[in-house]
Design a protein around this ligand. Structure first.
Ligand SMILES: Nc1ncnc2c1ncn2[C@@H]1O[C@H](COP(=O)(O)OP(=O)(O)OP(=O)(O)O)[C@@H](O)[C@H]1O
Ligand SMILES: [Mg+2]
Length: 846
């Protein structure tokens, strides 16, 4: 009722121009928020608050999509035609085969997706809302227009809306405006035409960097400003490494299939075979060739990978990221909290002459106490280093920290004195200073002092200490607020010296990753000497360093040319982190990025695999594909192995399909030309295909060998083609032997020939998995998983029962003599032995 009555003016693009009281009325909300019932009702109308249109499709949609597959559709049509022509039995069996294989597929995939969804929910971002007049937390996806949301520092703005009330609320809108400085937000009415100028509006996807407040949600999901951009971006987002590989594989198989179908159709028509029968035969061959279980195998493999990673406390938000993690060859990390303990300690506080100074500490302490932005570990270290109170000072105003300025200032007052107190990266502070204070006296900051300051910084940085400079400036008493422009003509008081030791397990974790073939680069906002020191401490190369200043001189193309030759990037800003990732991608690396800060979000987003940790800021967690629940680097190496294992199993399925399966279909096509009858009835081909599919259900569960996870593996089409040509030839050779033996030795008629061939092809197709699942000799490989053994043997028995049991007549089979059976078993055994020899040619050593 209310939702329908939301007047148009509340939903116009420039909603911030409407006064907040009016918007509240229009949205049926107020200080009490919505009622839970009303929120539920609106959720049903407006849908979940997600930018990307709902990813989970209903089972019905999935069924539709499968039926829409042209091959299946063609087969259905064929079944109908044969049914109408009176062959009800064949119609019924085709229909059964089809529905069985489709149900199997849908059920498995659905379960895998539910697993993935549950994992995603466990790390979903929460919002603090007021509903029924009470405070509660709900998943941001449950927000609806009219909700009142409380915002604190570091929160992601969950939807578009306006400020109801605010205390020094600062928002980072870089995502939207490209403007790195925090934007100041108030509840004052605003007539701005452009969203970037709307001082009372908040936009989904931006984040709070200072202060607090409450907002009224006006638009959610795809209707938000960023949502619109996001879905436009998602539409032409570069495909993930997995999608790209699968697409290329699809093209390869489609070509083979089309070629085979046309070939069969043409030759049959030229030979004046019955058109309907030839058509059905060709379609059945095509169905036999399509890797129809590939989506299922992939989802199930990935979902199982996700579950195994969850046991190791890594939550995977996007399933295909597991594969990308296995394919990753370059991992970029930020420094603090990733390579180092996030617990930083204050080791010293010194004046410009490197003597201990309490004055530096007390002003640093005031700055950290009064700042209302995201508390950094540096602030924590200062606060816990001194028990001083504010000593009569009161807080008036603040210019929050941002990653371009790399400093933060507060305005404090005592008696009739107003003081701006700034602290930040030494370069940033010195650039804003005009004087240095020695023993209470100010000296002009000349070239000599500049050099002295640089020397002090270099000396400490070499030993791995990071410095923050502290500076002050007297402000006229009438002035009660400060802005970026006031951070000038400062007087330098000295430095705070921090120790940030590397994590205990960092060195061993890095060694594990390196031995897996992953190159590691550090992308840090810190000083280059400090970054080099940490790199050395954890065993990373540290010679080749590039700084943000150098990067800002480079064009994107120039960066691409140089990015491979750099180990460490220092003093870079958030944008540059993203640029470096993009450059690495352009060099065809599969890139991961791990970080926790607001400044890491662009890089996390740009990487193939974005990784964050549970304690990270919401923006970083929202952009990430995976989240480490424990900030423990060593799980990453385990994750990489897990990713490669999923890929190895996907590759097993692909190899199965391209080797004996392809070989069989090819021999069948060729045989159909030579023989006066069809080598297998279309129905028998479909049965064969179904049984073969059943045997492969166990592949996602299978184990892999050590060498399969030793190197980053990507989709190598040449390799897959090589494999299918060599293995396909081996398989066709033995098909030809079967062919000759059946016709010449046993003088088989059509029914006998088909039964013999069916049994041979079931035996070879199913059992070859135990040969090609490993590069090693079958008895030296790891033991196949019980589920794989069960599905393979089960399918094998089912196939044999179909062809040899008393009901065989129903499917057009006939009795096989002991002699024929023995011959077929011998041929199959010989095939498996030669396939085992051929696989060494087909899979070259890595
Ligand atoms: N709270 C703060 N107050 C003043 N200056 C700060 C504060 N936090 C960070 N800085 C300055 O900004 C610089 C960049 O910030 P930070 O080190 O967090 O970037 P980063 O890229 O996340 O680095 P890292 O790789 O170490 O995580 C710091 O080296 C420091 O000089
Ligand atoms: Mg950081």
């Amino acid at each position: 009722m209310i939702a329908q009555s939301i007047p148009a003016e509340a939903l116009v693009a420039e909603f911030w121009q409407t006064p907040k009281e009016e918007l509240c009325r229009a949205l049926g909300s107020g200080p009490e928020g919505l009622t839970q019932t009303e929120a539920k009702r609106r959720l049903a109308i407006f849908g979940a608050n997600r930018a990307d249109a709902s990813q989970s499709r209903s089972a019905l949609r999935k069924l539709g999509q499968r039926l829409w597959n042209p091959l299946i559709a063609m087969l259905l049509a064929a079944a109908l035609v044969s049914g109408l022509s009176g062959d009800i039995g064949s119609f019924a069996i085709i229909a059964t085969v089809l529905s069985l294989s489709i149900t199997l597929d849908i059920v498995q995939e659905h379960r895998a997706e539910r697993t993935a969804e549950a994992l995603r929910e466990s790390v979903a971002i929460q919002a603090d809302v007021v509903r029924d007049g009470r405070d509660m937390t709900v998943s941001v996806t449950a927000l609806v227009p009219g909700d009142v949301v409380k915002l604190r520092i570091g929160d992601l703005i969950p939807a578009d809306g306006i400020v109801l009330d605010a205390q020094e609320l600062h928002v980072n809108e870089a995502l939207m405006t490209g403007e790195p400085f925090p934007a100041f937000k108030t509840d004052a009415p605003c007539a701005a035409a452009l969203p970037a100028d709307a001082t009372n509006a908040l936009f989904a996807g931006t984040s709070t960097v200072g202060g607090s407040g409450r907002m009224l949600v006006v638009r959610t999901g795809g209707r938000t400003r960023f949502g619109a951009i996001a879905s436009a971006m998602a539409a032409d987002a570069p495909p993930t490494a997995l999608e790209e590989g699968v697409r290329r594989l699809g093209v390869l198989i489609l070509r083979l299939t089309l070629f085979l179908m046309l070939f069969v159709l043409m030759t049959h028509l030229v030979a004046h075979r019955p058109a309907m029968e030839s058509f059905l035969f060709a379609v059945a061959l095509a169905v036999g060739l399509t890797p129809e279980l590939l989506p299922m195998v992939m989802t199930v493999t990935l979902a199982r990978g996700a579950l195994r990673m969850a046991k190791r406390k890594v939550i995977v938000k996007r399933l295909s990221a597991i594969h990308d993690l296995g394919a990753m060859d370059t991992l970029c990390v930020d420094k603090t909290g990733t390579l180092t303990e996030a617990r930083i300690t204050l080791e010293a506080h010194i004046d410009p002459q490197d003597r201990s100074s309490d004055r530096v500490l007390s002003f640093a302490h005031l700055n950290s106490t009064f700042q209302a932005g995201v508390r950094s570990p540096l602030d924590d270290a200062i606060l816990s280093a001194s028990r001083d109170g504010a000593d009569g000072w009161v807080r008036l105003s603040e210019v929050p920290f941002d990653f371009e300025r790399r400093c933060l200032s507060v305005l404090a007052a005592r008696h009739d004195e107003h003081m701006l107190i700034a602290k930040g990266a030494p370069e940033s502070i010195l650039a804003r200073c005009a004087a240095v204070e020695i023993d209470g006296l100010a000296h002009p900051l000349d070239a000599i002092w500049h050099q002295k300051m640089a020397d002090i910084q270099a000396r400490y940085a070499r030993d791995g200490f990071r410095l923050l400079a502290v500076a002050i400036r007297s402000i006229p008493v009438g002035q009660r607020t400060i802005a970026v422009g006031d951070e000038t003509s400062l007087t330098m008081l000295g430095f705070c010296v921090f120790a940030d030791p590397p994590k205990q397990d960092a060195a061993s974790a890095i060694e594990a990753l390196t031995s897996l073939g992953v190159t590691i680069k550090i992308l840090s906002g810190d000083h280059d000497a400090v970054v080099s020191h940490v790199a050395r401490a954890v065993g990373l190369p540290s010679e080749r360093v590039m700084t943000g200043a150098e990067i800002s001189e480079l064009t994107d193309a120039a960066l691409v040319a140089r990015v491979d030759d750099v180990d460490l990037f220092a003093r870079i800003d958030p944008d540059q982190k993203g640029r470096i990732i993009a450059a690495l991608r352009r060099r065809n690396h599969v890139v991961g990025f791990m970080g926790d800060g607001v400044n890491d979000a662009p890089a996390i987003h740009a990487a193939h695999v974005g990784i964050s940790v549970t304690g990270a800021t919401e923006v970083a967690r929202a952009a990430a594909d995976m989240i480490l629940v424990t900030p423990d680097l060593s799980v990453l190496a385990a994750g990489v192995r897990e990713g490669r294992r999923t890929f190895a199993n996907i590759l097993k399925y692909v190899r199965m399909g391209t080797s004996s399966n392809f070989g069989n279909m090819l021999s069948m096509a060729l045989a159909s030309i030579v023989l006066p009858f069809l080598p297998l009835l279309p129905l028998q081909i479909l049965l064969n295909n179904l049984i073969y599919d059943l045997s492969e259900i166990g592949i996602p569960f299978d184990e892999v060998d050590r060498e399969d996870v030793a190197q980053p593996e990507t989709w190598n089409m040449a390799g897959i083609l090589r494999f299918s040509i060599i293995m396909g030839m081996a398989s066709s050779l033995f098909d030809a032997i079967t062919f000759v033996v059946l016709l010449e030795v046993f003088e088989a008629d059509a029914a006998l020939f088909r039964t013999g061939w069916f049994v041979e092809s079931i035996l070879t197709q199913i059992l070859v998995i135990f040969v090609i699942r490993s590069r090693r000799m079958p008895w030296r490989a790891n033991r196949p998983h019980n589920i794989l053994i069960a599905t393979s043997v089960g399918a094998l028995l089912a196939g044999l029962a179909l062809a040899l049991g008393p009901w065989r007549g129903l499917f057009g089979f006939t009795a096989l003599s002991g002699g024929i059976l023995a011959a077929i078993i011998a041929i199959a055994a010989a095939y498996l032995v030669s396939a085992n020899a051929a696989k060494r040619l087909a899979i070259p050593e890595a």
